[in-house]
Structure formats: C-alpha cells, structure tokens
Ligand binder design. Structure first.
Ligand SMILES: C[S@@+](CC[C@H](N)C(=O)[O-])C[C@H]1O[C@@H](n2cnc3c(N)ncnc32)[C@H](O)[C@@H]1O
Length: 414
C-alpha cells in the first residue's frame, strides 16, 4: 500500500520534514506547489501524529489514467456500491476533496449526490459532507467522522495526466495540538507562541534520518495519561527555551530534553509547564534538565545529540518597521544567534545536526529580508543541509499578515 501525505499551509515545511526523517528517495512530491507527497515507507512505521507538517494521511486506492472529472465520476459510480458493502453497519459518511482537477463545487456536489444514490440502491444510508471549498479541511474530516470505519473521504490529486485516488486514514489531531498549546499553565505572548506542530517540524529537521532501531521503537504521541512510552534515546538541546514548547514536544516524541534560557522567569515557566506535562502525559521528570544560561557564552553539559530551537526573534512588529529600526533589530538578532553558533561549535561532535527557527522579515507581501548569518553558515564551520525536493527554497513559516516570519535553517557541524 502506498501512502499519500497532504501538507499544511506551507507545504515545503512538511516536504522537508518527511525527507529529513525518511530520506529524499522515499518521497515523491505530487500536486500543485508540492501540496502532498507519495511516501514509500511501511505505513505502520510512518507515525503520523509526530509529523507537524502533514495534515492528512491517506492510503492510495488507485491511479486513474485521466484527469477528466466526468471520467472520474464514472469510475466512482462503478466502485462505490461494492465498497459500501464491505463497510461496517451504520450510516455511511462520504466526503470529497479535489486538488488540481478542473471541477467546481457545484459539479462536485452533483457527483457526491450521484454516488450517494448509487450506494443507497444497495440499501445503505449515506450522508454527504457538503464542500465549502474544493477540499474538506481537517476539522470537517474529523468532526464528521470521515476517518472512522463508516466514514469515507476520497481525495483526488492531479498528477501529470493521471489522477491519484486516495482515502484519508488519519487527519491532524487539532484538539490534541490545541490542548498542548493552550492548556499549559504558563504562556507568554511576549516571547511568542510557538505552535506545537511547528515545534515537531523543527525537532524532526534536527533529528534527521531515523535509524532502523528508532523506527522499530517509534511511538505515537501518547493520549492523556497513557502509560509512558519508550525513550528513543538522545537529548535535544533548546538554548532559547522560553516557555518550553520544544522541550515538551521532544519529551512527547520520546527524546530527552535540555533547555536553557537567559531569563530565570522563562526557566521557571518551562519547569511549571514540564511538570504539568508529566502530570498529564506521564512523561518522566528525570528526562529533562533546565538551567538559566546566556546562549552566547554558556558551557552546556554533554551529551547533546541535537539542537532544536526557536531563537531570539527580536521585536514583535505589527506594522512594517522603518529601514533603520529593521536594520537595528536584524543586527541584534544576527549578533546573538551567530555568537551562539560560535559558542556551541566547540562543544558538539562533528556531524551534530541543528535546526534553528530564526527571524526573517516580510517587508512586502511574500518578500522577505533574511538574517546575514544565513549566508555565512559555511564560514562558521557548519554545512547547510539541503532537501532535494525543496530545491534550496527557504523554509519559512508565517501568516500572510505577519511581519516577523520564522525561517528554519538546518545545518550540521562540519
Ligand atoms: C522566541 S523566544 C522562544 C520561545 C520558546 N520557543 C517557547 O516555547 O516559549 C526566545 C527566547 O530566547 C531567550 N533569549 C534571548 N536572548 C538569549 C540569550 N542570549 N541566551 C539565552 N536565551 C536568550 C528569551 O528569553 C526568550 O525566552
């Protein structure tokens, strides 16, 4: 069975994440702007809820030699009745999502109603989830139970002159992400709110290719109060830990976590949040360590296997700053982050991998100013990790109206 992943708002992040973990050769991007990818990994080893960049996990049902919607509908009308017979009893729920195929919502709805009619002839009742857009979003899939045994979300992606037809098996657990984000006792709007799914992407980019033994032990993110999961081994250092989102997600993914921050208040916030995590998710309090430290000069305690962090991002702008103010903020951030990279250089073994979320500034819609250090990585003794399918494009996370974006840089110590 082939698996298809559908990525989020910034697909290149999901695409880089999956290449980081499984290697570029196991991944084939599909759809406009690489909105998804076919992943050649045993689906049992593809632990979906550890992937912050993937919204839907689908199994490929078939590939059609057409991209014509009428032909696709004809195929569906042939196979849907027999498929419905193999499903468990109960009202069936049907949803359709289309990517890159020339069809509008009205026509799609008519197709849905035709499929419904064909299935009803077999004696089953079906509810069609109405489309507001050509694709159902994760909340619609989740709340309509389309990944449950009586649910059936069909995803169609144009792939050259063929159409991939897939069925959604899992969708991103937005409730769990939101709980891990909003229910922590200590949050701080000033240091920013790193979404847990972005923290997962940063960790996966830092950890790099999973070994066979890690893959065998890899675990899903535990639900509340499930038994503790196996520790995969290895410590993630976050030298700008703030309220500890990266540490939290590292622990949930089975790694040990080491967090340091310049401000004692932040160290205390992280401690309170990780105690909460231990209580809610039964993570082990012995698996993390926290210290107050200036990342530009500190000596950390070994071992550090990976560095994953959201660095100092400078002033939070709500409107485009003047050139002078931007230059000053950029200079401050550049100094702190490059000093950190020089400081840690002598403390980690050669080959150690780091993923840093650093600031980039959106000065015009879709146009960014990058930190000078992004071009000086090599002079500092690091190699940039590149991902074949993202073609050297910067890995940016931002909302359209946001001035300060996060740019993910993935490097290894030479
Ligand atoms: C953008 S915040 C990180 C937020 C964090 N990801 C979280 O989960 O809350 C950056 C953090 O870097 C810390 N910081 C700034 N300069 C630092 C330095 N020189 N050394 C260590 N930490 C520093 C700030 O105190 C702040 O907590």
């Amino acid at each position: 069975m082939q698996s298809l992943l559908i990525f989020g708002r910034q697909p290149e992040l999901g695409l880089a994440e999956i290449q980081s973990l499984y290697g570029s050769t196991a991944v084939r991007p599909v759809g406009d702007n690489n909105l998804g990818a076919i992943v050649d990994v045993d689906p049992c080893l593809l632990t979906f809820d550890r992937l912050g960049g993937a919204m839907k996990f689908c199994k490929v049902l078939t590939v059609l030699d057409t991209t014509n919607w009428k032909q696709i509908e004809k195929f569906l009308l042939q196979v849907a009745p027999s498929h419905s017979e193999s499903m468990p009893e109960g009202k069936m729920k049907l949803g359709l999502s289309v990517h890159g195929i020339d069809v509008n919502i009205r026509v799609m709805e008519a197709t849905g109603l035709n499929i419904k009619k064909a299935i009803r002839k077999t004696g089953r009742s079906v509810r069609l989830v109405p489309n507001k857009e050509l694709q159902l979003n994760t909340a619609q899939v989740r709340h309509n139970g389309l990944t449950k045994p009586t649910g059936w979300e069909l995803v169609f992606i144009k792939d050259g002159n063929q159409t991939i037809v897939a069925q959604t098996v899992k969708v991103q657990d937005i409730d769990s992400y939101s709980y891990r984000d909003r229910d922590r006792p200590k949050r701080d709007a000033r240091v920013g709110m790193l979404p847990p799914k972005l923290a997962q992407i940063i960790i996966n980019l830092a950890v790099g290719k999973l070994t066979e033994s890690t893959m065998q032990n890899i675990c899903d993110i535990p639900a509340d109060n499930e038994v503790p999961r196996p520790i995969l081994g290895g410590t993630v250092l976050d030298p700008f830990c703030g309220t500890g989102v990266l540490l939290q997600e590292s622990l949930l993914m089975g790694y040990k976590a080491y967090g340091t921050d310049l401000e004692q208040r932040m160290v205390d916030y992280s401690a309170a949040n990780l105690d909460w995590l231990a209580d809610k998710y039964r993570t082990n309090v012995e698996d993390y360590r926290l210290e107050k430290a200036d990342a530009t000069s500190f000596t950390w305690t070994a071992p550090i296997n990976w560095v994953a962090c959201e660095t100092y991002l400078g002033r939070p702008f709500t409107t485009t700053p003047t050139g002078e103010i931007l230059a000053q903020t950029m200079g401050d951030c550049n100094l702190i982050i490059s000093k950190f990279l020089r400081t840690i250089y002598g403390q980690i073994p050669s080959g150690t991998r780091l993923c840093l979320a650093v600031p980039a500034w959106q000065v015009k819609a879709g146009q960014f100013r990058h930190l000078p250090l992004v071009d000086q990585i090599s002079e500092m003794g690091y190699n940039q990790v590149s991902f074949e399918h993202t073609e050297g494009n910067p890995l940016l996370y931002y909302r359209a109206d946001q001035i300060v974006a996060r740019e993910l840089i993935v490097i290894t110590k030479r």
